[in-house]
Write a protein that binds this ligand. Structure first.
Ligand code: HEC
Length: 272
């Protein structure tokens, strides 16, 4: 009797595991639908310069889409490209940032502007699969997204085949059943007035600043003695203000936060 129960339990378990394994494998490359934002790259040099400013400044694209010690190279005046391949070693496996130079074989050369915009805004790759949510640009304005993509298009293509993501069993399970594309939280603005208001500071902090910077602030908030704040209240947090201020001041000389105000330096800095 016990033998029979054991045998059946074993068989049921085996079928369950086999079933989950098969479904997990099938669900690895689920395709998602998302709209294509009406974004067209511009060849206007001021737009491209604004894009470069965001890519190397507040949006920190270069910190993740290059494997070198980017800040030191930039400080030394060395060129840094966006050829990708940075490894993010997570408990779920290794994720690699993509080559986002215009190379046709290994980069984004064959993507349309709308496909790149969709990946950034709606978290769906050109092939329809989910983009792991490393990038916080879902609410970036049409104007800034256009500038960023215009700069991506204007770069020199670099051939660099980045490794494929390498997920472990947990990673495959999480991808199959839990990871979904992340999109904007509301209506995305066409353009955001670049001024000294807290509204602009909030936009930069929430929709442009790199996720690591934002996360760092959230972690820091937990270290603070009094009431931890939700991420939206980032700008009210003195430690975060200081951090964002330092970050913006060092890397994005276009502006820094002072109290609740965003202080912009000379507008000509945008065009550097
Ligand atoms: C925190 C790190 C990080 C930052 C900052 C970052 N990226 Fe990424 N990016 C990644 C990772 C990791 C992937 C791969 C995600 C995936 O495959 O699901 C990726 C993927 C992409 C893709 C998809 C490419 C493809 O082949 O489908 C594009 C486009 C992209 N990034 C552009 C940008 C731009 C533009 C910026 C700055 C505005 C930026 N990234 C900033 C980490 C980052």
């Amino acid at each position: 009797m016990i033998k029979r129960i054991l045998k059946w339990t074993g068989l049921i378990l085996l079928f369950l595991i086999a079933g989950i394994t098969i479904v997990t494998a099938f669900r690895q490359n689920i395709k998602y639908e998302a709209p294509y934002p009406a974004i067209k790259a511009s060849k206007d040099s001021l737009v491209i310069a604004t894009g470069k400013h965001l890519v190397f400044g507040a949006a920190h694209c270069v910190d993740c889409h290059n494997t070198a010690n980017v800040d030191s190279l930039i400080n030394l005046g060395q060129p840094v490209d966006l050829s990708g391949g940075r490894e993010f070693s997570l408990p779920l496996g290794n994720i690699y940032s993509k080559n986002i130079t215009p190379d046709k074989e290994t980069g984004i050369g064959n993507y349309t502007d709308e496909q790149i915009a969709r990946a950034l805004r709606y978290g769906v790759h050109p092939d329809g699969t989910v983009v792991y949510d490393f990038m916080p640009f879902h609410n970036m304005s049409d104007e800034d997204l256009t500038a960023v993509i215009s700069y991506l298009r204007a770069q020199r293509p670099v051939k660099n085949m980045v490794p494929r993501h390498d997920l472990n069993v947990m990673g495959n399970l999480v991808k199959a059943f839990m990871v979904k594309p992340v999109g904007p939280t509301g209506e995305v603005p066409k353009a955001v007035q670049k001024d000294t208001s807290a509204a602009y500071g909030r936009y930069i902090a929430m929709s442009v600043l790199n996720v690591m910077v934002a996360t760092q602030c959230v972690i820091w908030q937990e270290d603070l003695p009094a009431n931890p704040l939700p991420a939206v209240d980032l700008l009210k947090n003195p430690v975060c203000q200081l951090y964002i201020r330092q970050t913006l001041h060092q890397i994005q000389p276009a502006g820094y936060l002072d109290g609740q105000k965003m202080i912009l330096s000379n507008a000509s800095e945008w065009a550097r």
